[in-house]
Design a protein around this ligand. Structure first.
Ligand code: SF4
Length: 707
């Protein structure tokens, strides 16, 4: 049945931030203001009734109208002049300059000397046109996006096990009937607070289990909180699976009917009995057995993972370990139970389906699949053999910039890599080595500040476009207010450049609905088939979960109930073993550092650090430290600490947290300059997903300023 999108006054749209995509109304002018003051002209937001947020918004959503009309907005293109200063320029001047430099670089160094970096917050239309721009207008294989830092391990593990990756293969509201939910490396009480209401039943039944090295606000609500050492989640999954098997709790008939590969997988698990796992993880064997009992004693149970599971050098295997547990208990594809990953970025799901990923074409197709290449090339009106092959993954692309064999020009859309990429100081150095850096953004982000050319672009409630939420539901964001004068859509930027690079304007439309119509054709027949989704159906309020292969198809809210997406319909167990983090504490760097988000800020902070209420609440970075660890370093609450890893040093205010493991410090990654947590992080990459190991590195901590 359709969920009707109610208009509660103002334009019905969705939040500019995370993948929950809470429904809200944006009103361009306050209804009770009759004068012409700034307050009267300010847009307002209000939550709308919608299944996922059920009338709720978090602080970020409530304050999101501040982004519209923010004094920090860019309203004119900027071009760096001969003395190195960014100066205002006309759109034609900026577009002409970029197109000319791209031509020159391509002529002297080949198409792969030009590169594109996208973002998981871009609408589906922008993500799609960006991929087409790279492969058709630039002819480059060098395109990837910041979702590589976010969901790539879950995506790879999902494809391996189920034959298809959709973060939640069931509507989020199904969780409301669960009496057991295991959350691994997920902190929705801070990252997407309205999500937590769907965990009420599990909590009331005593079945809410949280696995996290920190006692997060989510862990505070759990019936059972397990605190493994960072980088040992995989071993913990093996221990819980071992405990379930030893206690005769596996679902043997499900394993026999719906999966293959159990015996091979078990050969590794057999060696990880709970007491051995306790020595590696620090989680008591009895607690491992309790988790197995909670999950198998429940009528309906779910296992959900997030960044804490994925952002490791063995992130794909770690997610696979949790999927193996879920499969052995018979959860995925069973009505009322399941396995899922909580996507983080606003369009983290759709952003990985439409071709801005180095190894993929629209429709979630593999770029090395000849049939996929032929289909997409036909939609694009180009020869299939003209499409480039797979390019470098996000960090590898950034690492290669300005090197002898790497790109000389980079175009960045919707990403702030000098804050959000690992080994951030090195990334800034690589950007500085480019011949041309172009950034399209709404504000002068830390990355835009380094650019040769900056394009000011529209955002969120200033434009139409579609997003795909964490449950695979396609949503329409509607234009509610006019963009500031001088600002254009990213679609206009791509079209402006493509036409200057001899592509026709009809091949690079600027109307979002027209782009979406082409996206539908390009996705037809692919794993993420949007061909039956239309703006008209979305405007009518239909709840369309992909795949939607025809205009009269109702969509696919619950996947895998009859069969998984592998050709034989069965899910795969994947044998995985514990290897541990790429970097462990040693005498020079005796602590684990882990990174994450706080309630009031989003991703690199480029948006939320420009919202006064959010800055007032959390104005600067901090480091959580156990009081004993702080005392040993001569630090007290509120002191400025210097945290140092093998890659650099960051500063942050000390917060003493008695519930933290004494061997762990935690830093949020939203802050700029010397406060960047990613000055510390390790770019060790997962061999399958190419995800960097954001969640664990070795550090030491000391006073940053003499007392
Ligand atoms: Fe926006 Fe996410 Fe907060 Fe909802 S939970 S209001 S989508 S940031």
């Amino acid at each position: 049945t359709a969920d009707r999108t109610e208009r509660a006054g103002g334009a019905a749209t969705h939040c500019p931030y995370c993948a929950l995509q809470c429904a809200m109304s944006v009103t361009a002018r306050a209804t009770d203001a009759a004068d012409d003051t700034e307050a009267a002209a300010a847009p307002t937001v209000a939550p709308r009734e919608f299944p996922t947020n059920a009338g709720g918004l978090c602080q970020k959503g409530w304050t999101s109208a501040s982004l519209l009309g923010s004094p920090a907005r860019l309203t004119t293109p900027l071009v760096r002049n001969a003395s190195g200063t960014l100066r205002p320029a006309s759109w034609d001047t900026a577009l002409d300059l970029v197109a000319r430099r791209l031509r020159e670089i391509r002529a002297t160094s080949g198409p792969d000397a030009t590169a594109v970096f996208g973002g998981g917050g871009l609408t589906n239309e922008k993500a799609y046109l960006l991929g087409k721009f790279a492969r058709v207008a630039l002819g480059t294989s060098q395109i990837d996006y910041n979702g590589r830092f976010c969901m790539s391990s879950a995506a790879a593990a999902g494809v391996r096990a189920f034959g298809l990756d959709r973060g939640l293969p069931f509507p989020l509201t199904d969780l409301a009937d669960a009496d057991a939910v295991l959350l691994v490396g997920a902190n929705p009480a801070e990252t997407m607070p309205p999500f937590v209401q769907h965990l009420r039943a599990a909590r009331a039944a005593g079945g809410l289990v949280v696995i996290d090295p920190r006692r997060t606000p989510t862990a505070e609500q759990a019936n059972l909180h397990l605190r493994p050492a960072p980088g040992t989640d995989l071993a913990l999954a093996l221990g819980i699976l071992h405990a379930a098997a030893a206690d005769g709790l596996l679902n043997r008939s499900y394993v026999d009917k719906r999966t293959i590969g159990f015996d091979e997988m078990w050969r590794t698990v057999a060696a990880w009995w709970p007491e051995r796992v306790e020595r590696v993880t620090g989680v008591a064997a009895a607690d491992q057995r309790r988790v197995a009992a909670v999950l198998t004693g429940a009528r309906n149970a779910y296992v959900l993972t997030a960044r804490g599971t994925e952002q490791h050098a063995d992130g794909t295997n770690t997610v696979s370990a949790w999927i193996n547990l879920a499969l052995a208990l018979g959860l995925p594809g069973t009505p009322g139970s399941g396995f899922g990953c909580l996507t983080g970025q606003g369009n983290g799901q759709g952003g990985r389906e439409h071709g801005q990923k180095a190894d993929q074409l629209p429709g979630y197709r593999r770029i090395d699949d000849p049939a996929a290449r032929a289909h997409v090339a036909n939609v694009w009106g180009v020869p299939a053999d003209s499409l480039p092959g797979p390019g470098r993954s996000a960090y590898e692309l950034l690492d290669a910039l300005g090197t002898a064999t790497g790109p000389r020009a980079l175009l960045v859309f919707g990403s702030n890599v000098v804050v959000s990429a690992p080994r951030a100081a090195h990334v800034a150095d690589r950007l500085a080595a480019l011949d041309l850096l172009v950034v399209a953004d709404i504000v002068l982000s830390e990355t835009a500040a380094l650019a040769d050319v900056v394009f000011p672009v529209t955002q969120w409630a200033e434009e139409d476009g579609t997003m795909t939420s964490l449950e695979g539901r396609v949503l329409l964001r509607r234009r509610a207010v006019n963009p500031p004068e001088g600002v254009r859509s990213d679609l206009d930027v791509l079209a402006g450049l493509a036409t200057r690079l001899d592509r026709s304007a009809t091949d690079f439309p600027t109307d979002p609905e027209t782009v979406f119509t082409e996206l539908r054709a390009a996705s037809r027949g692919g794993p993420a088939d949007y061909s039956g989704v239309s703006y008209d159906r979305l405007r009518a309020g239909e709840a369309l979960y992909w795949p939607v292969p025809a205009e009269d198809h109702p969509g696919s809210p619950r996947m895998f109930l009859d069969r998984f997406a592998h050709p034989d319909g069965r899910a795969r167990f994947v044998p995985v073993d514990h290897t541990g983090p790429a970097e462990s504490p040693d005498p020079d760097f005796p602590l684990y550092a882990t990174t994450g988000r706080v309630l009031q800020h989003y991703q690199s902070g480029a948006q939320t650090r420009n919202v006064a209420e959010l800055v007032d609440a959390v104005p600067e970075s901090y480091v959580e430290v156990h009081p004993d660890t702080a005392a040993r370093a001569g630090l007290a609450e509120g002191d400025l600490a210097r945290i140092t890893s093998r890659r650099g040093a960051a500063t942050a205010r000390v917060r003493c947290v008695p519930s933290l493991r004494p061997d762990v410090v935690f830093l949020p990654f939203h802050f700029a300059g010397e406060q960047r947590a990613n000055l510390l992080t390790n770019p060790a990459l997962d061999p399958t997903s190419r995800m960097p190991e954001f969640k664990v590195c070795a550090v030491r901590i000391a006073q940053a300023e003499p007392k």
